[in-house]
Design a protein around this ligand. Structure first.
Ligand code: ADP
Ligand code: ADP
Length: 216
């Protein structure tokens, strides 16, 4: 599904990634751990097309990400890659249901189809009673589950999650991580998750340890 070869990244001539190879299969959950500054976020941003490598190549299915530019890159990202961050970044003036639907509308999918999928996802995530609530009316765990539904609305090939449980207490963190496992099992959803949570990181198909710009 996703193959990256010999990725490097320099920031003002300082090497941050020093030759990273990574292959992730469909329906796999890969966690990335390592001390702060190891390059985890940089790697995730590059795999998610939010940043470009200094050298190396990335294929998502048969698409060479280097071939995508401008609007076609933004469109590809919206359709094929889901993102979950430490802070949910939901739009405060829209309801849970609307927040989940928006990336579907942007992708140009039929409105009725988007809504049906959003309702399915919100129900799967246990939020069927929260559809009309605005983000500030939801608990932290609920907000993060809405962000998960939003990440999944366009049936992405892969979901990139950067410290998704970092702002949750341990019970909510455990529950959210379990939802990732359930979505893998039910929908064959692929996840790449950067986490500092030492209890949850091993609950995955593979755990990669990064140190000083390399996967060790
Ligand atoms: P991690 O996610 O493992 O904590 P990061 O990928 O955030 O690591 O950062 C790796 C290193 O790259 C750190 O030393 C950080 O300061 C540096 N870095 C990250 N982004 C930038 C940037 N935009 N410009 C310069 N240095 C950066
Ligand atoms: P994390 O908590 O994942 O390690 P950081 O706090 O290192 O993230 O980075 C937060 C943001 O700041 C990221 O977008 C990263 O690219 C940017 N950043 C980190 N270090 C630097 C730096 N030395 N110079 C410029 N930008 C940086």
């Amino acid at each position: 599904m996703l193959t990256a070869r010999n990725l490097t990244k320099n920031y003002s001539n300082l090497p941050i990634l020093k030759g990273v190879d990574i292959t992730v299969g469909k329906g796999e959950i890969v966690t990335i751990v390592g001390s702060s500054g190891a390059g985890k976020s940089t790697l995730l941003h590059i795999l998610g097309t939010l940043d470009t490598p200094s050298s190396g190549e990335i294929f998502l299915n048969d698409v060479n990400l280097a071939d995508l530019k401008g609007d076609s890159l933004a469109d590809f990202r919206n359709r094929h890659i889901g993102f979950i961050f430490q802070f949910h970044h939901l739009l405060p003036e829209f309801s849970a249901l609307e927040n989940v639907c928006i990336p579907g509308y942007i992708a140009g999918t039929k409105k009725s189809e988007v809504k049906e999928k959003a309702l399915f996802l919100l129900e799967t995530l246990g939020l069927q009673h929260r559809l009309d609530n605005k983000p500030n009316q939801l608990s932290g765990g609920e907000q993060q589950r809405v962000a998960v539904a939003r990440a999944l609305i366009n049936n992405p090939d892969v979901v990139m999650a950067d410290e998704p449980t970092g702002n949750l207490d341990s019970k909510n963190a455990y529950e959210l991580h379990h939802l990732f496992l359930e979505l893998r099992d039910k929908l064959k959803q692929t996840f790449i998750i950067v986490t500092h949570n030492e209890e949850l990181a091993p609950m995955s198909d593979r755990q990669l340890v990064m140190k000083d710009g390399r996967i060790i």
